[in-house]
Design a protein around this ligand. Structure first.
Ligand code: NAD
Length: 440
């Protein structure tokens, strides 16, 4: 019995120590921040260089982990998640001296003899919470400005992409001190514990319902937040657009990462005559990209886990429930295979009141809604929350102006999808329910 009690005692002590160390992490980082080291320019540059080293010499570990999480080919992941981060690090290293220096502003009449200026200040301890869909870049891209700006950071990667989370933990622990940059692995309960603490900024990427939890926790300490969220990104295709080009671009943006992309087209709005052309062209584009047996294509990713898989299948089968309207399947590029987490591209004949119009789909299902004209398309878009992006295919410049003026979204690409995120000189982010604050 004594032995047994000692055993329990040891476990209890271990548990308490773990809790204390998590609790102390914020304090530890705050003390280090207050020492002034992380804010020194040479320290910030060295941290960026170390990060770049990880992304070059240890990149295979990360790419293998992403492949294990999402069945996404390493080459694709490198292009989508690593290469852009390295470009970003180089960009910061080239410009940091200038950005960190005070900015002298135009004088007013009353300050003609003074030197009005903006002095840049690091914030302090930042909490960075990431999603699973692009598990590396959604940590790396916010991390670069956070450390370049001289902050310390606690990173909470998504537990859903568990392999990537583990590799980040291992690599960052190897190269950085915890008092400067620390990884905390875990899910809802660990994040809930982290959110009890006070930070100087919280950077969160994920879904809107969880963003409300993050904001509520931040409000208790009046902590500023940046929220990178999702939404239902519409694609409007006009009659005058070339169906084959529109379909190829939509198919690429939609089925990249199996539809699990925040900027992916969520639904198409088009006219009845363009709809039939688009269906033919989308099928052709899918065959060109993934072959006739999509499940065998190495370029087609999987649904992240069985929970999301079941949720996605449930949504498709719901279409036959009496509660919801029709939404018949227009095309299905194969059979669902739960053991393989394979869900094929699915086109649905949808109506604006269908279940698919309620929440972000975040999977390979693409509903098509028909409308009579642009006014009706705009009314569909405006009846929902403001999306992260909106896409419009047309040759008509007057209609483009109307679309830009009468819809609101985090970003817009005309005659393509996703591409505005590739323009480094544009800020990126959402508006309303699709996000708050911008990654510069
Ligand atoms: P999620 O909100 O479920 O999870 C994100 C993070 O929040 C994870 O680290 C998770 O552990 C944590 N979390 C989850 N539930 C929590 C809770 N109850 N309390 C505290 N923390 C919690 O999001 P996801 O499923 O990982 O990612 C998909 C969403 O992210 C989609 O909506 C997508 O559009 C969005 N997204 C947006 C961007 C962007 O740049 N705007 C980029 C990628 C993904």
């Amino acid at each position: 019995a004594a032995k047994h009690q000692i055993g329990i005692c040891a476990i209890e002590i271990w548990k308490i120590e773990t809790e204390i160390s998590e609790f102390r992490l914020v304090e530890l980082q705050r003390q280090y921040f207050n020492s002034g080291s992380p804010t020194e320019l040479k320290h910030r540059k060295k941290a960026l260089q170390t990060l770049r080293k990880i992304l070059t010499s240890d990149v295979d570990d990360l790419l293998e982990a992403i492949e294990a999480d999402l069945r996404r080919q390493k080459g694709i992941s490198h292009a989508l998640e690593i290469a852009n981060a390295i470009v970003e690090i180089n960009y910061y290293l080239e410009n940091l001296d200038e950005w960190a220096a005070p900015t002298y502003v135009e004088k007013t009449l009353t300050s003609a003899l003074d030197t009005p200026m903006i002095i840049k200040e690091s914030k302090g301890v930042v909490l960075l919470i990431g999603p699973w869909n692009y598990p590396a870049s959604m940590i790396l891209l916010p991390l670069i400005p956070i450390i370049a700006a001289g902050n310390t950071v606690i990173i909470k990667p998504s537990e859903v992409a568990e392999n990537t989370a583990k590799v980040f933990d291992r690599l960052f622990t190897k190269y950085f001190e915890k008092r400067y940059l620390a990884v905390v692995q875990g899910g809802v309960s660990e994040t809930t514990d982290l959110l009890k603490e006070r930070y100087d900024h919280i950077m969160y990427t994920g879904c809107t319902p969880v963003a409300k939890i993050i904001m509520t926790a931040a409000a208790k300490h009046v902590t500023p937040v940046t929220l990178e969220l999702g939404g239902k990104c519409p694609v409007v295709v006009e009659d005058d657009a070339p169906a084959d080009i529109a379909a190829k671009r939509i198919a690429w943006g939609k089925w990249l990462n199996c539809g699990q992309t925040c900027l992916a087209p969520d639904y198409i709005i088009t006219t009845p005559s363009m709809k039939s052309k688009l269906i033919v062209a989308l099928k052709a584009a899918l065959t060109e990209f993934y072959g006739t047996d999509i499940q065998k294509s190495k370029d087609y990713s999987r649904i992240i886990n069985t929970r999301h898989f079941d949720c996605m299948c449930g949504r498709v089968s719901h279409q036959f429930s009496p509660r919801k309207t029709k939404a018949p399947i227009l095309f299905k590029g194969g059979e669902v295979d739960r053991d393989d987490l394979f869900m094929p591209p699915i086109l649905l004949d949808a109506h604006r009141s269908d279940i698919f119009m309620e929440d972000e789909i975040f999977g390979p299902i693409l509903p098509i809604i028909t409308v009579k004209d642009l006014d009706e398309a705009i009314s569909v878009i405006r009846s929902g929350e403001k999306p992260l992006a909106a896409y419009y295919f047309t040759k008509n410049s007057a209609k483009i102006d109307k679309f830009l003026n009468e819809t609101s979204s985090g970003g817009v690409t005309i005659n393509d999808v996703l591409m505005h995120i590739t323009v480094d000189t544009l800020p990126f982010g959402g508006i309303g329910h699709s996000g708050m604050g911008r990654l510069v």
